[in-house]
Write a protein that binds this ligand. Structure first.
Ligand SMILES: [Zn+2]
Length: 373
């Protein structure tokens, strides 16, 4: 190790859709539903496994460059995602988006797709990948399917990831359809437990937070995606912390962020919470860094015995003076990362990732074929 290289824990992206790098800079600056319905969903219907593979490889290059060692992914063609993770040398928890449009008649189909996707992710990813059940959200999956997912998760001890309480519309819709708020509904179908990661959680009320704390689920905060899509609220993190709820940090997909630089997002997380609380002491840099490195949730800690870490350039102008964590969270971005090591394997040294040029060329080719550029 060079004299100015400082070893720090690697970052853990608790919620993303890696292959959405293909959609970066495509149809930006639109309201959420118009963006999804008129642009993203029609393009996603054309996605082939090779698209997802190269989109994920591009995401992996960015994550390696910015010090991320592991991520939780929810997307289509999980076999292609898993293969990309393995080839890139990273680690990931990979799941296929599960949806039945809220129609219980389509639950059988969802079940076979889900079981197949678990096998596919395990087979393609080997030791680099852990399969996860990934119901999209409570408004796109029927309660029949959600109950089945809860049973399957319990039987196989599989983790679960789901978007929860991202918008006020979701809360309103849940109250109208089920008479309870989103976290209460998720508990009713058996999905609120210590193996579950809840992405967003912007509009939770006090009773929901208490329920989540009691059940031991982890919250993945996504401050930049929330700001960009203008959801209008902020994760009630201070109350969540008070209740001891495990919390991690996610970028969400590159279509709605547009960056995968988790270090940059740790600053957004801290500043947003400080501002919402009207208290500059509400969240410290040390705490934001712990959250971004997965140290505040057992679910986000690594594979047993894994030797993964990051070396940052202590002589980078942003880090050359003052407290290290304050420098990392408030002054630096992922560009201060010199080396990223995952399970003893150096994926980047001196800021250069092997195969990066080929990955960029291939991802461009796939985006062009999809008509995105
Ligand atoms: Zn998401």
């Amino acid at each position: 190790m060079g004299g100015d290289l400082v070893r720090v824990p690697g970052l853990v992206n608790a919620h993303t859709h890696a292959a959405m790098t293909l959609f970066r800079g495509y149809a930006d600056d639109l309201p959420l539903m118009e963006w999804l319905e008129a642009h993203i969903w029609p393009a996603e219907r054309r996605l082939q496994p090779e698209d997802v593979y190269w989109g994920t490889r591009l995401a992996c290059v960015e994550m390696i460059r910015t010090g991320t060692i592991r991520f939780w992914d929810m997307y289509w063609h999980p076999g292609a995602t898993a293969r990309a993770v393995k080839d890139a040398g990273l680690r990931a928890v990979v799941g296929r988006v599960l949806m039945d449009e809220g129609d219980p008649a389509k639950s059988e189909e969802l079940r076979s797709v889900a079981l197949e996707s678990l096998d596919e992710a395990a087979a393609e990813g080997g030791d680099a990948v852990q399969p996860v059940l990934s119901p999209h959200a409570i408004y796109t999956v029927s309660s029949r399917s959600l109950e089945w997912i809860a049973e399957t998760s319990a039987e196989r001890q599989l983790p679960v990831q789901i978007h929860l309480s991202e918008t006020q519309e979701e809360v309103q819709g849940c109250l109208e359809a089920h008479g309870v708020r989103p976290a209460e509904y998720l508990d009713r179908v058996g999905l609120l437990g210590p193996r579950t990661i809840l992405a967003h959680c912007v509009w939770l009320d006090g009773a929901e937070l208490e329920l989540i704390a009691e059940r031991g689920a982890t919250i993945a905060a996504n401050p930049v995606a929330n700001l960009k899509l203008a959801v209008g609220g902020v994760l009630p993190y201070l109350r969540a912390r008070e209740l001891g709820i495990p919390v991690g940090l996610g970028t969400d997909g590159a279509g709605s962020n547009n960056s995968l630089d988790l270090l940059a997002d740790s600053k957004f997380f801290a500043l947003l919470q400080k501002n919402a609380a009207g208290d500059a002491a509400a969240v410290t840099a040390e705490e934001a860094f712990e959250i971004a490195t997965g140290q505040r949730s057992e679910l986000l800690t690594g594979w047993p015995g894994e030797d993964s870490y990051v070396l940052v350039r202590g002589d980078a102008p942003e880090l050359s003076l003052g407290d290290l964590e304050a420098g990392l969270v408030y002054a630096a971005s992922g560009s201060v990362v010199d080396s990223t090591v995952v399970d003893g394997r150096e994926l980047m040294r001196g800021g250069a990732v092997e195969d990066a040029d080929e990955v960029v060329a291939k991802a461009r080719e796939r985006a062009q074929l999809l008509g995105l550029t």
